[in-house]
Design a protein around this ligand. Structure first.
Ligand code: GAL
Length: 386
């Protein structure tokens, strides 16, 4: 099979915002690149290292160019991208459709082609493009089309990551603009209520995700444990438990979201690493066909907080996530009939547990795992002819 073009699969990487917000530097990004290689993130498929907002000076130069803040990036962006590329990784940056970014730095409005050329010159591979300070009279889709055209004609492959927080029914029009992924939610916070709220808000949007049109549920909070320097995202929120981070990661992976790590990987504990580097879960997210999940028809247990998601995989297997976001333990049963297996077929399913990394045995007609509160069971189901 031909290698897929960039952007076909949900991008995987790291973004500075969730933990560091304004407190970014070239030293931090170089450290992340080193750790991606030495601690197995690169080998697991994480490749984009992205600086978010607050990287430039507050004014453009006399020629109208964006200027990296020399206190944060004294060697300049080209040197940083060269460092990241030398590790076999990719470099991402951030700008905004409006006159300013959300944190008040210059945005790309009316500078789209100039900025895209500049990003190409710096060796940028990924651009996150925010929605603040959008001139009210101009249609948002048009502004994404502008930057998309600028990027596609800048002479370099740059993955285009739109970020308009799900506003203006973005799922209906973003794909036609040329973006590869699009934020479909408000900003994540490092707490369980936020994970729940974002996941539930996207359950009816699964049909809009797919290759080159990834529904971005926002950067991951796995491993932050309340350690963000931004009170709104993190330290006031207090973080999540390990179980909640596992469920968050499983939801984002199954629902086809890009997987952009948001914690300080320099200090990630072993549990966070085990979650982020779980190859069985990553394989579901990175399945070549990128199908959206479907939610099993309402059953007696099926509520807004308790549900089963199924993803059809290119291998003919099914990925099945049993999610219990409620505060009490539940048994969640799936009838194989509802997966498209008539009882008359005699087909059984061999289940493999993607968190325990072990076979669960062969099941006829139904399976009903017990799922503790805030937890999930994710299986890969293989069909066996009788
Ligand atoms: C928000 C965006 C965040 C982050 C922030 C930077 O609009 O959703 O992910 O990029 O701006 O100011």
């Amino acid at each position: 099979m031909a290698a897929e073009r960039f952007g076909a699969l949900p991008p995987m990487g790291w973004n500075s915002w969730n933990t560091f917000t304004w407190d970014i530097s070239e030293a931090l990004l170089r450290d992340v690149a080193d750790i991606f290689v030495s601690e197995g993130y690169k080998a697991a498929g994480y490749e984009y290292i992205v600086i978010d907002d607050c990287w430039s000076l507050k004014q453009r130069d006399e020629a109208g160019n964006l200027v990296p803040d020399p206190a944060k990036f004294p060697s300049g962006m080209k040197a940083l991208s060269d460092y990241i590329h030398a590790k076999g990784l990719k470099f991402g940056m951030y700008s905004c459709v409006g006159t300013h970014t959300c944190a008040g730095y210059p945005g790309s409005f009316e500078h789209e082609f100039q900025d895209a050329a500049q990003f190409a010159e710096w060796g940028v591979d990924f651009l996150k493009y925010d929605y603040c300070y959008k001139p009210k009279q101009i249609n948002g889709a048009l502004l994404y089309k502008r930057m998309s055209l600028a990027l596609k004609n800048c002479g370099r492959d740059i993955l285009f990551s739109a970020c308009n927080w799900g506003a203006d029914d973005v799922f209906l029009w973003i794909h036609e603009t040329g973006a590869h992924m699009y934020r479909s939610t408000l900003d994540i916070q490092d707490n369980w209520e936020s994970v729940k709220r974002l996941a539930i808000s996207q359950l009816d949007k699964a049909c809009y995700t797919g290759a080159y049109r990834h529904n971005d549920m926002d950067m991951l909070i796995v491993g932050i444990y309340g350690g963000s320097n931004n009170g709104w995202i993190g330290h006031i929120q207090g973080g999540c438990t390990d179980t909640e981070y596992k469920t968050h990661f499983s939801l984002w992976a199954l629902m086809g979201s890009p997987l952009m790590i948001g914690c300080d990987v320099r200090n990630a504990n072993q549990t966070a690493k085990n979650i982020l580097l779980n190859r069985d879960i990553l394989a579901i997210n990175q399945d070549i066909e990128c199908r959206g999940v479907y939610r099993l028809e309402p059953d007696w247990f099926n509520t807004e907080e308790v549900f089963i998601l199924v993803k059809t995989l290119s291998t003919g297997e099914l990925a099945i996530g049993f999610f219990n976001l409620s505060d009490e333990q539940k048994a969640l049963s799936v009838s194989f009939w509802d997966l498209g297996l008539p009882y008359s077929s005699g087909i059984s399913l061999s289940l493999y547990d993607c968190w325990a990394h072990e076979d669960m045995g062969t099941y006829q007609q139904q399976a009903a795992p017990i799922v503790p509160a805030h937890d999930c069971v994710v299986v890969r189901a293989k069909l066996n002819k009788s």
